[in-house]
Design a binder for this molecule. Structure first.
Ligand SMILES: Nc1nc2c(ncn2[C@@H]2O[C@H](COP(=O)(O)OP(=O)(O)OP(=O)(O)O)[C@@H](O)[C@H]2O)c(=O)[nH]1
Ligand SMILES: [Mg+2]
Length: 378
């Protein structure tokens, strides 16, 4: 691994040097601001120092390989914190597995024989990844509200299920641009779920279609490639992009864009198991005081993981965004999660195209994604 130190007058210039020397996949290990010259550090010129590293073995799996060096280079104290966090999360996992086992036993005891015509729907919904408990609730509702003759009518049963699932999907909450001051929207969540892409889609929608004054800020300086990604979106859409390294840098950037109607903040993907990362994220959010803090979750993540992620980010979160709906045939995990939270859902994304593959959530659209469009066969 090659580690280098870079100094420049501002973040963009210094990042540029990192990229030129080490390439886009370099990992930022440390950043600091210092005063160059002046008396005892006073009146000196503000400088930015970035320490970055690049793995020299051929990089095939980019995301996993770039995350390794920081772990190896972290302080011993940090390592023990990591270990403790890992033990804590394993304990939580075991507790959860226990709970789930208990629930499964309950369900078995409570399992009943459905009439064959309804059993087909039970199977279909379970194949979509909806929990047994919710499937039971949904089909119970069908059984109680439709007559046995109507159970044979697929479209009637589908409509009943759809109505029931939309109700279970809970609240919707969308972004409203600010009137006399900018609305600040931060996107948070685990790595690779589509935070940056979704910001690109939202920023394009609000600035180009809705003609709003938009600015983008990225606090994700973990990888040079991440900064480049948002800058590219900004250039294409024609909105300013600020790169910030520290919470105080963030508040300066927010002040510079006080004339905007919407400011989107992109954050680095955070492992919910990493306490240090979570406290960094907290520091940024405390400084930004966003009006909306949207937890981005991939529909491809299975129920137990989704719930764990949600619990970890819950204290920051005001809204949910579900991504990658195009990649799964079993979006039932979304319903399992929504049935356990009162947080509203804001947006749904269904592809990689910026800005097209995004839609405002509605209970009906959520239900369609959860149930699918297929009918059971006789
Ligand atoms: N199929 C599909 N791919 C998506 C969707 N949204 C994002 N992606 C893809 O997911 C990958 C990761 O997207 P990013 O936007 O970089 O994810 P991120 O959460 O910002 O990732 P980090 O910053 O590394 O944590 C990219 O290849 C995106 O094109 C979606 O709705 N559907
Ligand atoms: Mg990103």
């Amino acid at each position: 691994m090659r580690v280098r130190r870079f100094v420049g007058d501002n973040v963009s210039e210094t990042m540029g040097k990192v990229k030129k020397e080490l390439g886009s996949e370099a990992v930022i290990l440390q950043t600091r601001e210092f005063s160059d010259g002046g008396f005892f550090g006073l009146f000196g010129k503000k400088k930015i120092e970035i320490t970055a590293a690049i793995e020299e073995v051929p990089v095939t799996a980019q995301k996993t390989s770039v995350s390794v060096p920081t772990r190896n280079l972290s302080e011993p104290k940090d390592q023990s914190e990591n270990l403790q966090a890992e033990i804590k999360s394993m304990r939580r996992l075991l507790e959860q597995m226990n709970k789930q086992l208990n629930k499964q036993t309950d369900t078995k005891e409570d399992k009943r024989d459905w009439p064959p015509v309804l059993q087909r729907w039970v199977d279909l919904l379970q194949n979509r990844g909806i929990s047994e408990h919710l499937v039971r609730r949904i089909i119970n509702n069908v059984q109680q509200t439709l007559s046995p003759q109507e159970w044979d009518d697929n479209s009637q049963v589908y409509a009943r299920i759809e109505a029931n699932v939309s109700q279970l999907c809970g609240q919707i909450g969308l972004i409203q641009p600010g009137i006399d001051k900018p609305r600040i929207i931060a996107l948070i969540g685990p790595t690779g779920v589509g935070k940056t892409t979704t910001i690109g889609k939202l920023a394009a929608g609000f600035s180009i279609v809705d003609k709003r004054k938009v600015a983008l800020i990225t606090a994700d300086t973990y990888r040079v490639a991440a900064v480049e990604q948002l800058k590219t979106f900004g250039e294409i859409i024609g909105v300013p992009v600020e790169v910030v390294m520290t919470p105080s840098g963030l508040s300066d950037a927010l002040e510079r864009h006080a004339d905007k109607e919407l400011i989107f903040i992109d954050t680095a993907g955070r492992s919910p198991h990493h306490d240090l990362h979570m406290s960094e994220l907290r520091a940024f959010l405390e400084e930004a005081q966003p009006d909306f803090t949207m937890l981005v979750m991939s529909a491809t993540t299975q129920t137990a993981d989704q719930y764990r992620i949600y619990k970890r980010f819950e204290s920051f979160t005001t809204h949910l965004i579900f991504t990658k709906l195009d990649e799964t045939g079993s979006a039932g995990s979304i319903l399992n999660l929504l049935s356990q939270t009162t947080l509203p859902t804001a947006y749904l994304t269904n592809g990689q195209n910026v800005p097209d593959d995004i839609e405002a959530a509605t209970p009906f659209r959520l239900a369609r994604y959860v149930i699918g469009e297929e009918m059971p066969h006789a």
